[in-house]
Design a binder for this molecule. Structure first.
Ligand code: PLP
Length: 298
């Protein structure tokens, strides 16, 4: 009989005492009236962990934590203590790696909930969804969907929490099911007035000649750590990198369109609303290397 896979690793954070405990993720730890399951009232980050030689590397660690603190501020949650959260992150990474005894990449999702009486936090390791490895190599068909608000709506509607990475992902999940029911693997949201925003769990990056372009986060989207990493390497490589308004026509005429996120890294979009897009295999590989380092790591 095959051995049961080792369980993922979970740290529970005691924010008042600035301590964490490693616990069995199969045991119950959360009350059903915790505001995370009850109302989706909390924030999270998902970081990618890959093996680099003898050590594990947490990709874009600081960019993620900076966004985590910005999300906390937007939701009026207490500012996360970097020492505590980084220590908990390192502990689950080490425990996961020791339990698995392999070199496979994985992710850590760390979460801050408004809790019941006081905020609570945890960090959980999650194996990488193998679909992303296939998608990186083969590309995906995507459909556009109306997000229902105009571009830059967050500027006049701060209660919408646009730009915060909140736990409220039910509509993002529904968009994924909509895509699957319509012959596609993912979604690109458009503002109600026709600007490209982002995917339900990814940013949109396009190449136009020697230029990389992505929508301005202020237009109504999450500022991606992966997109930021890609832009810094691309700028070093001499490409012009800009945040700008984009339309579906810009995607259709681009020299390459990608969905980027920590877990998927960069996935080429090969078809949009049924129309074939230019697929730039060489540039896709270059982008993955910028994010992952050595192309052999994942
Ligand atoms: N946009 C949304 C809505 C997301 O959920 C994510 C990541 O999950 C991203 C963009 C990409 O962000 P990152 O590259 O930091 O993972």
């Amino acid at each position: 009989m095959a051995a049961a896979p080792a369980p993922d690793s979970l740290a529970l954070l005691d924010l008042a005492r600035a301590e964490f405990t490693l616990v069995d993720p199969r045991d119950p730890h959360l009350r059903v009236d915790d505001l995370a399951p009850h109302r989706g009232d909390g924030i999270f980050e998902t970081v990618l962990v890959t093996r680099r030689g003898a050590a594990d590397h947490v990709h874009a660690r600081d960019l993620h934590f900076t966004r985590f603190r910005a999300s906390a501020a937007m939701l009026e949650l207490p500012a996360p203590d970097p020492d505590l959260w980084h220590a908990a992150l390192d502990a689950v990474v080490a425990e996961h790696r020791a339990a698995r005894g392999d070199d496979e990449p994985f992710t850590v999702r760390y979460t801050l909930s408004r809790g019941v009486d006081a905020p609570v936090g945890w960090a959980l390791t999650i194996p990488l969804d193998p679909k992303y490895v296939r998608q990186r190599a083969q590309g995906i068909a995507v459909v556009t969907l109306d997000k229902g608000y105009p571009a830059y709506f967050g500027q006049i509607a701060p209660w919408m929490l646009i730009g915060a990475k909140t736990l409220s992902y039910a509509t993002n999940q529904a968009a994924g099911r909509w895509a699957a029911a319509h012959g596609a693997e993912d979604v690109i949201y458009l503002s109600h007035d026709g600007r490209v925003l982002e995917g339900p769990s990814a940013n949109v990056v396009i190449r136009r000649g020697g230029e990389l372009l992505t929508p301005d986060p202020k237009a109504g989207l999450l500022h991606g750590t992966t997109q930021q990493t890609i832009f810094s390497h691309a700028a070093e490589a001499g490409l012009l990198c800009s945040y700008t308004d984009l339309t579906v026509d810009d995607l259709m005429s681009a020299d390459g369109v990608w969905l980027t996120s920590s877990a998927r890294v960069s996935v080429p979009v090969t078809a949009l609303d049924g129309a074939a897009l230019t697929y730039d295999e060489e540039f896709s590989a270059r982008m993955r290397t910028w994010v992952l380092g050595d192309p052999g790591t994942v």
